[in-house]
Ligand binder design. Sequence first.
Ligand code: ADP
Ligand code: ADP
Length: 225
Amino acid sequence: MSAISCHNIIKRYGDTQVVHQFDLDVSDNEFVVFLGPSGCGKSTILRMLAGLEDISGGDLMIGGQRVNDLPPQERGIAMVFQNYALYPHMSVRDNIAFGLKRLKVPKAEIDTRIKEVSDTLGLERYLQRKPTELSGGQQQRVAIARAMIKTPKVFLFDEPLSNLDAKLRNHMRIEIARLHQALKTTTVYVTHDQHEAMTLADRIVLLRDGRIEQVGSPREIFERP
Ligand code: ADP
Ligand code: ADP
């Protein structure tokens, strides 16, 4: 059984079709990267997986369950956004805990989980701060911690490194790879950066104008004779 199964998914905005017959199965533990130029439909597909955008046609299964009509919080998915999307008025701790609090998870368990994820991501020292008092890299770590704490079945990343400078981008990319090694959570990662795709992906989905142009391992995509 696939972790994610997309069958003939299409997306229209009014009369404009921006995603055409998107067919893809993602395996358990797999790290799949959607790669393509701006406007090719990467975010739209990711947002449909997340339940943040309606599907105009086709079927989407997550963990063997048809989720077209399931609300986002019932999909077992956690998303990390390009702009981090943290709550500016809340402390780092409250940002990380937010999803679990909403699910009425007991406080003791939330505290234990906060300790685990902040250890993993090196955030222990920043828990009392506000997001605005952190660097971009630290904010992105908080966003990842907020996603991780829900122990989702699937991680979705939407250009998570685009707002960081080159050095930090490199560093966070390695950190994301390491996290995946450790957690093995099924991941779909969107980027327009070929280097990110090559170094992170088990499999790359090359997109152009809302269609799949090619699917394969980094080697198959970039080392064609
Ligand atoms: P990418 O993530 O690859 O940059 P997007 O998925 O954001 O591409 O966009 C794909 C296409 O859909 C683009 O042509 C974009 O202008 C269009 N689009 C995205 N969101 C909307 C929307 N809410 N309304 C109308 N068109 C949209
Ligand atoms: P990104 O490509 O980084 O995802 P965009 O700036 O393309 O970000 O889009 C940001 C938001 O604007 C998204 O919610 C997207 O759906 C929406 N959007 C993108 N293109 C259009 C468009 N042509 N018309 C209306 N909304 C759009």
